[in-house]
Design a protein around this ligand. Structure first.
Ligand code: SF4
Length: 364
Protein backbone atom coordinates (compact mmCIF):
# COMPACT_ATOMS: atom_id res chain seq x y z
CA UNK A 1 0.00 0.00 0.00
CA UNK A 2 1.27 3.50 -0.85
CA UNK A 3 0.01 6.44 1.19
CA UNK A 4 0.28 10.15 0.49
CA UNK A 5 -1.16 13.31 1.96
CA UNK A 6 -4.21 14.37 -0.02
CA UNK A 7 -2.60 17.69 -0.99
CA UNK A 8 0.45 15.89 -2.46
CA UNK A 9 -1.08 12.92 -4.22
CA UNK A 10 -1.49 14.73 -7.55
CA UNK A 11 2.17 15.83 -7.63
CA UNK A 12 3.82 15.73 -11.06
CA UNK A 13 7.18 17.21 -12.04
CA UNK A 14 6.81 20.48 -13.95
CA UNK A 15 10.48 20.66 -14.82
CA UNK A 16 11.21 23.88 -12.94
CA UNK A 17 14.81 22.68 -12.68
CA UNK A 18 15.21 23.80 -9.06
CA UNK A 19 16.83 20.47 -8.18
CA UNK A 20 19.01 20.49 -11.31
CA UNK A 21 20.54 23.87 -10.42
CA UNK A 22 20.83 23.54 -6.65
CA UNK A 23 24.52 22.63 -6.70
CA UNK A 24 24.03 19.37 -4.82
CA UNK A 25 26.22 16.35 -5.44
CA UNK A 26 23.98 13.97 -7.41
CA UNK A 27 25.11 10.34 -7.27
CA UNK A 28 25.17 8.22 -10.43
CA UNK A 29 24.66 4.50 -9.85
CA UNK A 30 26.68 1.86 -11.65
CA UNK A 31 23.36 0.63 -13.06
CA UNK A 32 22.69 3.82 -15.05
CA UNK A 33 26.24 5.04 -15.76
CA UNK A 34 26.98 2.82 -18.82
CA UNK A 35 23.85 3.93 -20.72
CA UNK A 36 24.60 7.59 -19.96
CA UNK A 37 28.24 7.15 -21.03
CA UNK A 38 27.11 5.52 -24.29
CA UNK A 39 24.58 8.29 -24.96
CA UNK A 40 27.24 10.97 -24.44
CA UNK A 41 29.74 9.07 -26.51
CA UNK A 42 27.44 8.69 -29.52
CA UNK A 43 26.24 12.31 -29.30
CA UNK A 44 22.68 11.45 -28.34
CA UNK A 45 23.15 13.51 -25.16
CA UNK A 46 25.68 16.34 -24.84
CA UNK A 47 26.83 18.12 -21.68
CA UNK A 48 25.87 21.81 -21.69
CA UNK A 49 29.49 22.98 -22.06
CA UNK A 50 29.94 20.68 -25.08
CA UNK A 51 32.63 18.54 -23.49
CA UNK A 52 32.55 14.78 -23.06
CA UNK A 53 32.94 15.10 -19.28
CA UNK A 54 29.65 14.41 -17.58
CA UNK A 55 30.53 12.57 -14.38
CA UNK A 56 32.99 13.19 -11.59
CA UNK A 57 34.26 9.79 -10.44
CA UNK A 58 34.79 9.33 -6.70
CA UNK A 59 37.25 6.71 -5.52
CA UNK A 60 35.54 6.57 -2.11
CA UNK A 61 31.97 6.54 -3.44
CA UNK A 62 29.52 4.36 -1.53
CA UNK A 63 28.70 0.89 -2.85
CA UNK A 64 26.74 1.02 -6.08
CA UNK A 65 27.72 4.61 -6.90
CA UNK A 66 30.10 5.34 -9.78
CA UNK A 67 30.44 9.08 -9.17
CA UNK A 68 28.41 12.30 -9.21
CA UNK A 69 26.97 14.28 -12.09
CA UNK A 70 29.45 17.00 -13.04
CA UNK A 71 28.30 20.47 -12.06
CA UNK A 72 28.90 23.63 -14.06
CA UNK A 73 30.42 26.66 -12.31
CA UNK A 74 26.91 28.08 -11.72
CA UNK A 75 25.91 24.89 -9.87
CA UNK A 76 23.76 23.45 -12.65
CA UNK A 77 24.04 19.82 -13.64
CA UNK A 78 25.85 19.44 -17.00
CA UNK A 79 22.70 17.95 -18.47
CA UNK A 80 20.46 20.88 -17.52
CA UNK A 81 20.56 22.96 -20.65
CA UNK A 82 18.64 25.18 -23.06
CA UNK A 83 15.38 23.69 -24.32
CA UNK A 84 14.25 24.15 -27.95
CA UNK A 85 11.18 26.16 -26.92
CA UNK A 86 13.03 28.35 -24.40
CA UNK A 87 13.94 27.78 -20.77
CA UNK A 88 15.96 24.76 -19.72
CA UNK A 89 15.37 21.03 -19.73
CA UNK A 90 17.11 17.82 -18.73
CA UNK A 91 18.90 16.49 -21.82
CA UNK A 92 18.85 12.94 -20.43
CA UNK A 93 15.12 12.98 -19.77
CA UNK A 94 14.43 14.53 -23.19
CA UNK A 95 16.57 12.03 -25.12
CA UNK A 96 16.35 8.82 -23.11
CA UNK A 97 13.36 9.17 -20.79
CA UNK A 98 12.76 9.13 -17.04
CA UNK A 99 13.95 5.54 -16.54
CA UNK A 100 17.53 6.46 -17.51
CA UNK A 101 17.94 9.17 -14.88
CA UNK A 102 20.02 8.55 -11.75
CA UNK A 103 17.90 7.48 -8.77
CA UNK A 104 18.25 10.87 -7.03
CA UNK A 105 16.70 12.59 -10.05
CA UNK A 106 13.88 10.04 -10.27
CA UNK A 107 13.04 10.39 -6.57
CA UNK A 108 13.28 14.15 -5.94
CA UNK A 109 11.25 15.71 -4.33
CA UNK A 110 9.76 12.55 -2.84
CA UNK A 111 10.80 11.63 0.70
CA UNK A 112 9.77 8.05 1.44
CA UNK A 113 9.35 5.97 4.55
CA UNK A 114 8.91 2.21 4.09
CA UNK A 115 7.77 0.20 7.09
CA UNK A 116 5.53 -2.72 7.97
CA UNK A 117 2.48 -0.67 6.99
CA UNK A 118 3.66 0.04 3.44
CA UNK A 119 5.19 3.04 1.63
CA UNK A 120 4.56 6.57 2.93
CA UNK A 121 5.41 9.52 0.70
CA UNK A 122 5.90 13.15 1.62
CA UNK A 123 7.63 15.85 -0.45
CA UNK A 124 10.48 18.30 -0.13
CA UNK A 125 8.97 21.74 -0.68
CA UNK A 126 12.28 23.06 -1.93
CA UNK A 127 10.68 21.96 -5.19
CA UNK A 128 8.58 24.96 -6.33
CA UNK A 129 5.89 22.65 -7.70
CA UNK A 130 5.56 20.90 -4.34
CA UNK A 131 5.50 24.24 -2.51
CA UNK A 132 2.72 25.48 -4.80
CA UNK A 133 0.57 22.50 -3.78
CA UNK A 134 0.55 23.82 -0.19
CA UNK A 135 -1.02 27.06 -1.40
CA UNK A 136 -3.42 25.51 -3.90
CA UNK A 137 -4.85 22.88 -1.53
CA UNK A 138 -8.34 23.41 -0.16
CA UNK A 139 -10.18 21.74 2.70
CA UNK A 140 -8.92 19.33 5.30
CA UNK A 141 -5.72 17.39 4.66
CA UNK A 142 -6.01 13.62 5.01
CA UNK A 143 -3.93 10.51 4.42
CA UNK A 144 -4.95 8.78 1.18
CA UNK A 145 -3.82 5.89 -0.97
CA UNK A 146 -1.98 6.81 -4.12
CA UNK A 147 0.36 5.67 -6.88
CA UNK A 148 3.88 4.29 -6.53
CA UNK A 149 6.13 7.32 -5.91
CA UNK A 150 8.69 6.26 -8.52
CA UNK A 151 7.39 4.44 -11.60
CA UNK A 152 8.84 0.98 -11.96
CA UNK A 153 9.89 0.63 -8.32
CA UNK A 154 7.72 -1.14 -5.76
CA UNK A 155 10.08 -0.07 -2.98
CA UNK A 156 11.47 3.44 -3.42
CA UNK A 157 14.67 4.74 -1.89
CA UNK A 158 14.24 6.36 1.49
CA UNK A 159 14.21 5.08 5.04
CA UNK A 160 13.52 1.35 4.95
CA UNK A 161 12.29 0.48 8.44
CA UNK A 162 10.70 -2.85 7.58
CA UNK A 163 13.17 -4.71 9.76
CA UNK A 164 13.26 -2.12 12.53
CA UNK A 165 11.42 -2.11 15.84
CA UNK A 166 8.29 0.07 15.79
CA UNK A 167 8.69 3.68 16.96
CA UNK A 168 9.23 4.33 20.66
CA UNK A 169 6.48 5.72 22.87
CA UNK A 170 8.87 6.29 25.77
CA UNK A 171 12.53 5.25 26.10
CA UNK A 172 11.27 1.96 27.60
CA UNK A 173 8.00 1.31 25.72
CA UNK A 174 7.52 0.53 22.03
CA UNK A 175 4.41 1.52 20.10
CA UNK A 176 2.80 -1.07 17.84
CA UNK A 177 2.30 -0.27 14.17
CA UNK A 178 -1.47 0.10 14.52
CA UNK A 179 -0.87 2.53 17.36
CA UNK A 180 1.74 4.50 15.44
CA UNK A 181 -0.56 4.60 12.43
CA UNK A 182 -3.30 6.08 14.62
CA UNK A 183 -0.82 8.61 16.10
CA UNK A 184 0.42 9.67 12.65
CA UNK A 185 -3.17 10.20 11.51
CA UNK A 186 -3.91 12.12 14.72
CA UNK A 187 -0.96 14.43 14.08
CA UNK A 188 -1.97 15.17 10.50
CA UNK A 189 -5.62 15.72 11.42
CA UNK A 190 -4.76 17.96 14.38
CA UNK A 191 -2.43 20.15 12.33
CA UNK A 192 -4.32 20.44 9.06
CA UNK A 193 -7.26 18.03 8.98
CA UNK A 194 -10.48 17.05 10.61
CA UNK A 195 -9.23 17.78 14.17
CA UNK A 196 -7.91 21.34 13.61
CA UNK A 197 -10.75 22.93 15.56
CA UNK A 198 -9.71 26.49 14.79
CA UNK A 199 -6.22 26.21 16.28
CA UNK A 200 -3.33 28.12 14.74
CA UNK A 201 -0.26 26.26 13.50
CA UNK A 202 1.51 27.03 16.79
CA UNK A 203 -1.58 26.00 18.77
CA UNK A 204 -1.70 22.66 16.93
CA UNK A 205 1.96 21.97 17.67
CA UNK A 206 1.43 22.79 21.35
CA UNK A 207 -1.61 20.55 21.46
CA UNK A 208 0.32 17.66 19.91
CA UNK A 209 3.17 18.07 22.40
CA UNK A 210 0.63 17.82 25.24
CA UNK A 211 -1.12 14.85 23.58
CA UNK A 212 2.21 13.03 23.21
CA UNK A 213 2.93 13.45 26.91
CA UNK A 214 -0.54 12.16 27.83
CA UNK A 215 -0.07 9.17 25.54
CA UNK A 216 3.25 8.31 27.19
CA UNK A 217 1.30 7.09 30.23
CA UNK A 218 -0.13 4.21 28.15
CA UNK A 219 1.16 0.73 28.96
CA UNK A 220 0.71 -2.58 27.11
CA UNK A 221 -1.71 -5.20 28.37
CA UNK A 222 -4.88 -3.13 28.59
CA UNK A 223 -6.51 -0.78 26.15
CA UNK A 224 -5.01 -0.99 22.62
CA UNK A 225 -2.73 1.96 21.83
CA UNK A 226 -4.80 2.94 18.78
CA UNK A 227 -7.83 3.35 21.07
CA UNK A 228 -5.82 5.48 23.48
CA UNK A 229 -4.86 7.71 20.55
CA UNK A 230 -8.50 8.00 19.47
CA UNK A 231 -9.43 9.22 22.96
CA UNK A 232 -6.95 12.12 22.71
CA UNK A 233 -9.44 13.96 20.50
CA UNK A 234 -11.83 14.26 23.46
CA UNK A 235 -9.32 15.96 25.75
CA UNK A 236 -9.94 19.60 26.51
CA UNK A 237 -7.32 22.09 25.36
CA UNK A 238 -4.54 22.68 27.87
CA UNK A 239 -4.46 26.07 29.50
CA UNK A 240 -0.72 26.27 29.73
CA UNK A 241 0.13 25.45 26.12
CA UNK A 242 3.83 25.11 25.43
CA UNK A 243 5.69 28.15 24.26
CA UNK A 244 7.71 27.40 21.17
CA UNK A 245 11.45 27.87 21.76
CA UNK A 246 11.77 29.03 18.18
CA UNK A 247 15.34 30.26 18.36
CA UNK A 248 16.58 27.10 20.08
CA UNK A 249 14.90 24.84 17.54
CA UNK A 250 16.19 26.99 14.66
CA UNK A 251 19.73 26.81 16.04
CA UNK A 252 19.44 23.01 16.23
CA UNK A 253 18.73 22.94 12.51
CA UNK A 254 21.54 25.38 11.68
CA UNK A 255 24.03 23.39 13.70
CA UNK A 256 23.11 20.24 11.76
CA UNK A 257 24.21 21.52 8.33
CA UNK A 258 26.62 19.19 6.57
CA UNK A 259 29.81 20.71 5.13
CA UNK A 260 30.19 22.71 2.95
CA UNK A 261 26.69 24.04 3.64
CA UNK A 262 26.13 26.64 6.35
CA UNK A 263 23.11 28.69 7.37
CA UNK A 264 22.90 32.29 8.61
CA UNK A 265 22.04 32.94 12.25
CA UNK A 266 18.61 34.34 13.06
CA UNK A 267 18.40 38.13 12.56
CA UNK A 268 19.61 40.04 15.61
CA UNK A 269 16.41 42.11 15.62
CA UNK A 270 14.18 39.03 15.24
CA UNK A 271 11.49 40.06 17.72
CA UNK A 272 11.09 43.50 16.15
CA UNK A 273 10.99 42.10 12.61
CA UNK A 274 8.43 39.49 13.62
CA UNK A 275 6.21 42.05 15.34
CA UNK A 276 6.36 44.49 12.44
CA UNK A 277 6.26 42.24 9.37
CA UNK A 278 5.22 38.69 10.29
CA UNK A 279 2.66 38.75 13.10
CA UNK A 280 0.28 41.16 11.29
CA UNK A 281 0.06 38.94 8.20
CA UNK A 282 0.33 35.52 9.82
CA UNK A 283 -3.40 34.72 9.86
CA UNK A 284 -3.37 35.06 6.07
CA UNK A 285 -0.70 32.36 5.66
CA UNK A 286 -1.44 30.09 8.62
CA UNK A 287 -3.29 27.52 6.47
CA UNK A 288 -0.26 27.20 4.16
CA UNK A 289 2.06 26.76 7.14
CA UNK A 290 -0.22 24.13 8.71
CA UNK A 291 -0.16 22.10 5.51
CA UNK A 292 3.63 22.38 5.48
CA UNK A 293 3.80 21.12 9.05
CA UNK A 294 1.50 18.19 8.23
CA UNK A 295 4.05 17.18 5.59
CA UNK A 296 6.70 16.99 8.35
CA UNK A 297 4.41 14.96 10.63
CA UNK A 298 3.66 12.38 7.91
CA UNK A 299 6.15 9.75 6.69
CA UNK A 300 8.56 10.99 9.34
CA UNK A 301 11.97 9.36 9.64
CA UNK A 302 12.25 10.81 13.15
CA UNK A 303 9.66 8.25 14.29
CA UNK A 304 12.25 5.51 13.75
CA UNK A 305 15.55 7.31 14.07
CA UNK A 306 15.07 10.02 16.65
CA UNK A 307 13.00 8.57 19.46
CA UNK A 308 9.43 7.95 18.32
CA UNK A 309 6.18 9.89 18.56
CA UNK A 310 7.43 12.77 20.69
CA UNK A 311 10.45 13.23 18.40
CA UNK A 312 8.11 13.72 15.44
CA UNK A 313 6.33 16.50 17.31
CA UNK A 314 9.72 18.10 17.97
CA UNK A 315 10.55 17.88 14.24
CA UNK A 316 7.25 19.57 13.41
CA UNK A 317 7.96 22.30 15.99
CA UNK A 318 11.42 22.76 14.46
CA UNK A 319 9.88 23.16 11.01
CA UNK A 320 7.53 25.84 12.37
CA UNK A 321 10.43 27.64 14.07
CA UNK A 322 12.49 27.69 10.87
CA UNK A 323 9.57 29.02 8.81
CA UNK A 324 8.74 31.73 11.33
CA UNK A 325 12.33 32.97 11.61
CA UNK A 326 13.00 32.78 7.88
CA UNK A 327 9.73 34.65 7.31
CA UNK A 328 11.00 37.45 9.56
CA UNK A 329 14.28 37.54 7.65
CA UNK A 330 12.58 37.62 4.23
CA UNK A 331 9.95 40.17 5.20
CA UNK A 332 12.56 42.38 6.86
CA UNK A 333 14.72 42.34 3.74
CA UNK A 334 11.70 43.13 1.55
CA UNK A 335 10.37 45.72 3.99
CA UNK A 336 6.83 44.38 3.57
CA UNK A 337 4.41 42.24 5.54
CA UNK A 338 4.43 38.51 4.96
CA UNK A 339 2.01 37.30 2.29
CA UNK A 340 1.27 34.02 0.52
CA UNK A 341 3.95 34.47 -2.14
CA UNK A 342 6.56 35.24 0.49
CA UNK A 343 5.57 32.33 2.73
CA UNK A 344 5.85 29.99 -0.25
CA UNK A 345 9.41 31.17 -0.92
CA UNK A 346 10.14 30.94 2.80
CA UNK A 347 8.91 27.35 2.97
CA UNK A 348 11.18 26.48 0.05
CA UNK A 349 14.12 27.85 2.06
CA UNK A 350 12.99 26.02 5.19
CA UNK A 351 13.02 22.67 3.40
CA UNK A 352 16.36 23.49 1.77
CA UNK A 353 17.71 23.61 5.31
CA UNK A 354 15.67 20.81 6.90
CA UNK A 355 15.49 18.31 4.04
CA UNK A 356 18.78 18.91 2.22
CA UNK A 357 21.45 20.78 4.21
CA UNK A 358 20.85 19.37 7.69
CA UNK A 359 22.13 15.90 8.43
CA UNK A 360 19.59 13.57 9.91
CA UNK A 361 22.00 12.46 12.63
CA UNK A 362 22.51 16.09 13.62
CA UNK A 363 18.78 16.73 13.88
CA UNK A 364 18.15 13.46 15.72
S1 SF4 B 1 20.36 14.42 -14.85
FE1 SF4 B 1 18.63 15.67 -15.51
S2 SF4 B 1 17.15 15.56 -13.82
FE2 SF4 B 1 19.15 14.88 -13.00
S3 SF4 B 1 20.07 16.77 -12.14
FE3 SF4 B 1 20.83 16.53 -14.28
S4 SF4 B 1 19.42 17.79 -15.49
FE4 SF4 B 1 18.39 17.41 -13.52
Amino acid sequence: MVRWLSMHVGYACRHTGACCGAGWPLPVEHGVAPALAAAVSDGCVRPADDTAEWMTPHAAAPDGVAGTLRLLPDGHCVFHQAAPGGGRQCAVHAALGHAHLPAACRHFPRVCLVDGRGVHVTLSHFCPTAAALLVAAEGAVSIVEGPAPVPGRDVPEGLDARDAWPPLLTPAVLMDLEGYDAWERHMVETIAGARMRGRSAAGAVARLAADARVLQAWRPGGQPLAEAVAMLADRGDDRDEDRLDARGLFDEARASCRAPWTWDAAPADLAALDARFVAPGWDGVDDVVRRYLAAHAFASWEAYQAGGGLAVVRAVARALAVVRIEAARAAGLAGTEIDRAMITATIRRADLLLRHYATFDGLA
